[in-house]
Design a protein around this ligand. Structure first.
Ligand code: SF4
Length: 420
């Protein structure tokens, strides 16, 4: 079977005639998902976000998906099927899409499961799209879908940097704000403005929007208090999706704990480390040209990243994040960088990075069925303890049947143990 061979047993493919269809996408995270339909519109497609992930997503996913897959896969299948079941869509004019990371874990193989789920739920005539950065979908035929990368790359990249920066402003403000709801209101306003800028395809305006956002977040009236910090790491979906992580970030905020979450950009930037490691270790063949172009691409991305960084430094509670190469350097003292399944070595690197910055209480969220992250996260525990004895690491397993109270109890132990 080649990478182009679609999953056997599922007929419809997204052809040229389907270009005008409404394309449903699952909700991922508050600081990125609202911008995705705008980027797609710029690319000539009509993407619509499913509502935020909820209990209905989990129940629907378990009902129509394969319940032995990882929890994020269940939520994604559930999001899409539950939305189709609302009856809001003309089933002849709708398609579904998900991102395909191309990594070694199941995120590359979600589509086959979504197709099976769609069939089980009676939606087996709906075409599917795999959205990939590299442009080539794995095991999905989609002649009608091609992203105009040159047109959307810069604005998409700025959207990503902006989302990370806005999230930092929001996270630090919401635990300190005097008037409840003010940070959320400002966050929603800025996100809506970002959406408009994407439609105009004006990357520079995104920088001005961030300047404005920093000023306005700096103006929010706060309650002066010293806050304890907790780092949150782990699997990408449950880390950034509020329902996926069982709202533990909100709960920690209620306990007056500032939650530090690594920027999403790091997840994408890790490829610059991985490509080198994979070549050196003979894991993957990379053409000489690609290898030459990679540092240039990194430089280009970093140039823009620094522009956003310079602006957000003016925020009164600004926190610097280390570069992906620095994180990798910390990680390789703990684990071999060839461990790239799931979040792989990034888990080790991020714990180390937090500890070096004085944040020693770290929660690692692990979805049910995620062998990739469980193996890495548990496997590095002893080495972490040796190198960073001050770290207090809490692993939280999350699945559809978990009790939020149970998670909160375990968090209580973490935050009370070291509180002054
Ligand atoms: S990293 Fe784990 S939870 Fe995330 S998609 Fe892969 S297998 Fe699933």
């Amino acid at each position: 079977m080649t990478s182009q061979t679609p999953y056997i047993g599922y007929g419809p493919t997204f052809g040229k005639k389907d270009k005008l269809k409404t394309v449903l996408i699952p909700w991922f995270t508050d600081f990125l998902s609202p911008m995705i339909p705008a980027i797609a519109e710029l690319a000539g497609y009509r993407f619509v976000n499913c509502p935020k992930t909820s209990k209905t997503s989990a129940e629907t996913g378990l009902r129509y998906g394969n319940n032995e897959v990882c929890y994020p896969a269940t939520l994604v299948v559930g999001d899409l099927i539950a939305e189709l079941q609302t009856g809001k869509y003309d089933l002849n004019a709708v398609a579904v899409a998900i991102t395909q990371t191309g990594g070694q874990c199941r995120a590359t193989n979600y589509l086959s499961m979504i197709k099976q789920g769609l069939k089980n739920a009676g939606f087996g005539n709906i075409p599917t799209i795999a959205v990939t950065l590299g442009g080539q979908a794995y095991q999905n035929k989609q002649d009608g879908f091609k992203l105009p990368i040159r047109k959307i790359f810069k604005i998409g990249m700025c959207g990503l940097f902006f989302g990370d920066a806005l999230f930092q402003l929001y996270s630090a403000s919401i635990v300190r704000e005097k008037r409840k709801g003010e940070s959320q209101q400002l966050f929603d306003f800025c996100m809506e403005e970002a959406r408009k800028i994407i439609l105009e395809n004006k990357p520079k305006k995104m920088l001005r929007l961030l300047e404005n956002a920093v000023e306005r977040f700096n103006d929010i009236e706060i309650v002066e208090k010293k806050l304890e910090k907790v780092g949150l790491i782990g699997e990408i979906f449950v880390k950034y999706n509020s329902y996926g992580q069982a709202h533990i970030t909100e709960w920690l905020h209620e306990q007056e704990i500032e939650v530090m979450i690594p920027p999403l950009t790091g997840f994408f930037m890790q490829t610059f480390v991985n490509q080198i490691v994979n070549k050196e270790n003979g894991i993957k063949r990379t053409s000489a040209l690609t290898f030459k172009l990679l540092p240039l691409l990194y430089k280009f991305l970093d140039y823009y990243k620094q522009k956003f960084e310079k602006i957000i430094q003016k925020y009164r509670f600004y926190t610097a994040h280390e570069s992906i190469f620095e994180i990798a350097q910390h990680a390789q003292e703990i684990i071999d960088l060839s461990n790239q399944f799931g979040e792989g070595w990034m888990i080790a690197g991020e714990i180390a990075s937090f500890s070096r910055r004085g944040i020693n209480r770290v929660v690692c969220v692990q979805p049910f069925g995620c062998i990739a992250n469980h193996v890495v996260a548990k496997g590095i525990e002893r080495r972490i303890k040796q190198l960073y004895p001050a770290v207090n690491l809490l692993y939280l397993d999350i699945d559809g049947g978990m009790s939020e109270v149970n998670l909160q109890n375990r968090l209580h132990f973490l935050i009370e143990k070291e509180s002054p």
